[in-house]
Design a protein around this ligand. Structure first.
Ligand SMILES: C[S@@+](CC[C@H](N)C(=O)[O-])C[C@H]1O[C@@H](n2cnc3c(N)ncnc32)[C@H](O)[C@@H]1O
Length: 166
């Protein structure tokens, strides 16, 4: 978890907190976010313009994901049983999907993320990286996994697992 703590304490992510009162006075809405008030652009646009921050951020997400997926496999393995395909939307460098694809060799896993995050990453037999924008399209699959960090609201990870109805 060291990379996660390091990035959370980096001035790039700490500075936005100085704008908390302004953000609350604006109504506490998502737009602009605390991050955008401090840096004049949204988090992922900023990461796209700052290669060092992008690298540290992706590494931090991966370290947190190792913990989350190990707990998920230990306690919630059943949710994956019977699925033929799954996409981890905004799946970063694929830490979560790699573990799932190893545990379930018959399950076809996709990691959808922005081109700069997944470009050059190698998949495997049952794991593929897809460059794209989740707001435009996602692969057609049995289940959608969405794990997000939300340091600007409550500091928690949220993990959603959705099986679309047919
Ligand atoms: C908070 S990180 C979580 C990463 C990963 N799910 C994890 O938990 O380790 C959010 C991820 O969403 C990706 N992302 C942001 N906007 C996106 C978009 N429009 N389409 C696809 N991915 C996006 C980011 O590049 C980042 O990897």
């Amino acid at each position: 978890m060291i990379p996660f703590v390091q990035v959370m304490l980096d001035p790039i992510l700490m500075d936005p907190w100085h704008n908390l009162s302004q953000w609350i006075q604006n109504g506490g809405d998502d737009k602009p976010t605390l991050f955008a008030i401090a840096h004049d652009k949204p988090l992922y646009e900023y990461a796209g313009d700052d290669a060092k921050f992008n690298y540290l951020f992706n590494k931090a997400m991966a370290s947190d994901s190792r913990l989350i997926i190990s707990v998920m496999i230990e306690h919630c393995k059943g949710v994956f049983e019977g699925l033929k395909s799954l996409v981890d939307v905004g799946g970063g460098t694929g830490t979560v999907a790699k573990v799932i694809s190893n545990e379930f060799p018959e399950l076809k896993c996709y990691v959808l993320d922005l081109p700069r995050v997944v470009e050059g990453l190698e998949g495997s037999n049952n794991l593929s990286y897809v460059e794209g924008d989740m707001f435009k399209s996602v692969p057609c699959v049995d289940a959608i996994l969405l794990k997000r960090e939300d340091p600007f609201y409550n500091g928690n990870s949220q993990l959603c697992f959705h099986v679309p109805s047919t």
